[in-house]
Design a protein around this ligand. Structure first.
Ligand code: PLP
Length: 386
């Protein structure tokens, strides 16, 4: 047998408690029973968003909500500004182009955060822009972008919003939507929310709802105005058949998050991220990001090691699934997740697995160096005794 460990930044591990809740017999979604669960889930979700607006649930992966943001806010021929610092940033441009929306790209070196001054320059050059679209955490490069600062830039511009893909940030870092003035915040089920894939979530500020009134991009399934009417209190359902088992799973996930407490949850993620960075540094692996994310840590595999073969060996021979790199980072990096259902001993497992794999690939490695560096920090998670 080979015991399996899932340490990739999406999909992430699903807690047993959530799996068991979703294993209950199916219920009909047009019933008071489902609506009660739906309404409670939506309320808790809005608390995680830290918004007084509606957090809507859509039956799709995260990209569906990204597309919904563009089609509900824009018309063909409109201009948007997007930050391309990785695979997910690049996706904004592709979605916009597919709807005839003119997408102005701010190209960022993979692994760097966007320079707020570059966003300001783009806004000045394109005063007609409907919004700035970016990731809070660009998962492909394990990098955090300064979304709060970007939102400050759009706040004073009429009809211009900040749209944040927070798929690996919401429920990882403290990112209060209303306080920070974020106009659209998107997330998905299979990352920090500890669920299987298939549910996307999106919330809009009043300013963003204003843009929906004039937007004419075609959308039928992802019509957020229709969704809002159905999902608000009183109706407590979705326009189309909801991903009911995922909504029920989300109900359990959110209860777990509030039992832990959001502050503790953010602190746990920050500690795991810090320990992981220390671990890979102790193994002499160069960090991928100059603005490292709290959700996952990317590092270059050592010179002479084929990163593609390395990640495959870890998964197929050792049973530990990490993520590798895409495009020009393919074969060069490893990405270690620490978002959602992760704790101290997931990080020590990750470090130990990487050390053993480096050894098996003939790379000189001091066994235990990464684990030790991580453990020194991870010990803080438990109270001192005596
Ligand atoms: C996972 C992810 C997405 C969404 O991808 P889907 O495959 O559609 O769920 C988008 N943005 C980021 C930053 C992600 O990590």
């Amino acid at each position: 047998m080979l015991k399996q460990y899932l340490l990739s930044p999406g999909p992430t591990a699903v807690p047993e408690r959530v799996l068991l809740r979703m294993a209950h017999p199916m219920i009909h979604h047009r019933t008071p029973q489902f609506s009660a669960i739906f309404a409670e889930t939506k309320r808790m979700l809005e608390q995680v968003y830290q918004t007084s607006n509606d957090a809507l649930m859509l039956a799709s992966s995260g990209s569906g909500a990204m597309e919904a943001a563009i089609t509900n806010l824009c018309s063909p021929g409109d201009t948007i500004i997007f930050v391309n610092g990785g695979k997910f940033g690049e996706r904004w441009g592709k979605i916009a182009a597919s709807h005839g929306v003119n997408a102005v790209e701010i190209k960022v070196t993979w692994g760097d955060a966007v320079d707020v001054a570059a966003v300001e320059a783009a806004l000045n050059e394109h005063p007609e822009a409907k919004g700035v679209f970016l990731q809070a955490s660009e998962t492909s490069t394990t990098t955090e972008h300064p979304v709060r600062e970007v939102a400050r830039l759009t706040a004073s511009r009429d009809g211009c919003v900040t749209v944040v893909d927070a798929i690996t940030a919401l429920g990882v870092i403290d990112m209060p939507m209303d306080d920070w003035g974020l106009d659209v915040v998107i997330t998905g089920s299979q990352k920090a929310l500890m669920l299987p894939p298939g549910l996307a979530m999106i919330a809009l500020s009043d300013k963003a709802w204003g843009l929906t009134e004039t937007a004419t991009c075609a959308n039928f399934y992802f019509d957020l105005v229709t969704e809002r009417k159905n999902q608000q209190a009183g109706k407590d359902t979705t326009a189309w058949t909801p991903a009911a088992s995922l909504v029920i799973g989300l109900n359990e996930v959110l209860k777990m998050m509030f039992e832990e407490g959001l502050e503790n949850l953010f602190a746990r993620h920050a500690l795991l991220a810090k320990a992981t960075r220390a671990g890979v540094a102790a193994l002499g692996m160069k960090p991928l990001s100059t603005a490292p994310a709290t959700s996952a840590t990317g590092a270059f595999v050592p010179e002479g090691v084929d990163g593609g073969a390395f990640v495959k060996y870890l998964r197929d021979t050792m049973g530990v699934t990490f993520a590798g790199g895409q495009d020009h980072l393919k074969g060069k990096i490893i990405r270690i997740a620490h978002l959602g259902y992760y704790d101290v001993f997931d990080i020590t497992t990750a470090m130990s697995a990487i050390e053993i794999a480096l050894n098996r690939f003939g790379h000189p490695v001091q066994m235990g160096a990464g684990v030790a560096a991580a453990q020194t920090l991870l010990a803080e998670r438990f109270p001192a005794q005596g």
